[in-house]
Design a protein around this ligand. Structure first.
Ligand SMILES: Nc1ncnc2c1ncn2[C@@H]1O[C@H](COP(=O)(O)OP(=O)(O)OP(=O)(O)O)[C@@H](O)[C@H]1O
Length: 267
């Protein structure tokens, strides 16, 4: 397995100019969006346009609303004001399409959320068979393809508890890929992992980025942000207060809250 840390930035940095995106090629459009938990105004006037093929890292202090924002993008959480348009569907307006939207938007969580009593193969084929109606043999072939893709085909018949955390997270990524999503949301996918397992999960995410997957990642992995993101978004107290390409974001943060955050995590 290649060593991310020893790869040069030139080898790994993905050229933003290679992305073929235009104003009409919007994957997710969040417009004037607000969300409350009871009386608590958790997201305030969020505007965010994500183009197809973009790789966005969402950074910010604990409690700033990062997870809530991406959970709103596949309606795991409901917003109360404004619009979230995913692949052309406004999430509150067209509830009938919500299942379809969820299939187009894969999500990987901090805790892998695998069913412990099912084998890896069964975890991967469950939704394709029962949600999509895919024949079992086809679902299993697809599952094996994606297990190869995340480099653990030999684990297919084991149970989640027999795998390391890094392997379980790779299974969770493969499970999302089995639904052939157009967009992948990652909510701190490496936070629950031991340090030595972080790299193997980041490598899978990097390869997805290299293949052009639209990705929005909440992560504290600033090395990943530098290497892979073409935009870093900084949230504070429910607002996006700064966004920039990684080079400028890290070298020249504009907002004092961003400067403080970076000084705390990078030193
Ligand atoms: N279901 C909920 N009900 C009420 N408040 C919630 C709920 N979920 C999150 N919150 C609160 O909303 C705020 C934003 O939470 P969120 O998890 O989005 O932040 P975050 O930036 O992802 O934080 P972290 O980096 O610690 O995961 C926090 O103050 C949190 O306590």
């Amino acid at each position: 397995m290649s060593d991310i840390s020893s790869s040069s930035a030139e080898e790994r940095t993905i050229n933003a100019s290679q992305m073929k995106v235009s104003d009409t090629d919007v994957a997710i459009d969040v417009v004037g969006m607000h969300k409350w938990y009871g009386d608590f105004h958790v997201l305030r006037d969020i505007d965010l346009k994500v183009m197809r093929g973009e790789r966005i890292v969402v950074a910010g202090p604990s409690g700033s609303g990062k997870s809530t924002l991406i959970r709103c993008m596949n309606r795991l959480e409901e917003h109360q004001q404004g619009q979230i348009i995913v692949n052309g569907t406004e999430l509150t307006a067209d509830l009938k399409r919500i299942d379809e939207v969820r299939r187009e938007v894969g999500m990987v969580f901090q805790h892998f959320n695998l069913f412990p009593h099912l084998t890896i193969l069964q975890n991967l084929t469950l939704a394709p068979i029962w949600v999509r109606g895919t024949p079992q043999a086809e679902a299993e072939a697809t599952a094996m393809h994606y297990l190869e893709r995340v480099k653990i085909p030999e684990q297919a018949n084991k149970f989640p508890g027999q795998l390391s955390g890094g392997q379980q997270q790779r299974v969770a990524i493969a499970r999302s890929l089995c639904m052939q999503p157009k967009i992948m949301l990652f909510d701190e996918p490496t936070s629950a992992l031991d340090p030595e397992m972080v790299k193997e999960v980041l490598e899978v995410m990097i390869s997805l980025a290299e293949e052009g997957m639209t990705m929005i990642c909440v992560t504290h992995e600033m090395g990943f942000a530098r290497q892979v993101a073409n935009r870093v978004i900084f949230m504070d107290q429910g607002q996006i207060i700064e966004q920039n390409d990684p080079e400028n974001f890290f070298s020249n943060p504009q907002h004092e809250r961003t400067q403080l955050f970076l000084s705390q995590i990078l030193h």
